[in-house]
Design a protein around this ligand. Sequence first.
Ligand SMILES: [Zn+2]
Length: 238
Amino acid sequence: MRLYLIHLGVMQPGEIPVPSYLVQTNDGANILIDTGWPRSFVDCPINPIGLTIEMRPEDALASRLAEIGLHPSDIDYLVCTHLDDDHSGNHDMFESAELIIQRRHYDLAKSGHPRFAANRAFWGHPSLRYRPIDGDFDLAPGVKLLETSGHVPGHQSVLVRLPVTGAVLLAADAVMHSSMADAETRRLFVTDMQDEASIRRSTQKISDIALSENAAFVVYGHDAQQWSTLRHSPEFYD
Ligand SMILES: [Zn+2]
């Protein structure tokens, strides 16, 4: 089994990374997690929320997948941590995949919540096949989805148990930065929906699972300093 950490550009100021992740299982399944900003942003910095988005051609998801020998049609599962703009901009490329999402989140976005409207043409494309799930979910041997609501209702994180590295937790935006890893003292971020109790509960859940799994590391959702220390695709963790 392999885990690829995929770099899809940065948000400025602060070189804030926009990641995607790919797990390749021993039986050949390709599990992609999130898809970044829309590919139309390559070399076309726009400023939707007071941030400048820098995406070079090589940062486009299709280019990153090609670097590891994959085409979007090779993806079997697309795990949606949530449908914020920086996580869902290319879902429409994966019509041959099954999209795994927490039912609570999918229902909220589909109801027309304005927060998830910008990318609706991509995540809501009629050709996509969604499988809504409820709570923690074993997707494949060694790949477990964790319900981590708070940043948004129905956010999910991913636990990957690798044979050599050990367990790795992909927190995504449940814990965006290492400075937010302590459930009691963490600050809330401006984009965290007003559900402090859920945010603290989910942050604690990630800490508890990292401890019980003896995790090698937790990948925080948007941590520039940590991201610069990690191995990026086409390199991988096995
Ligand atoms: Zn994000």
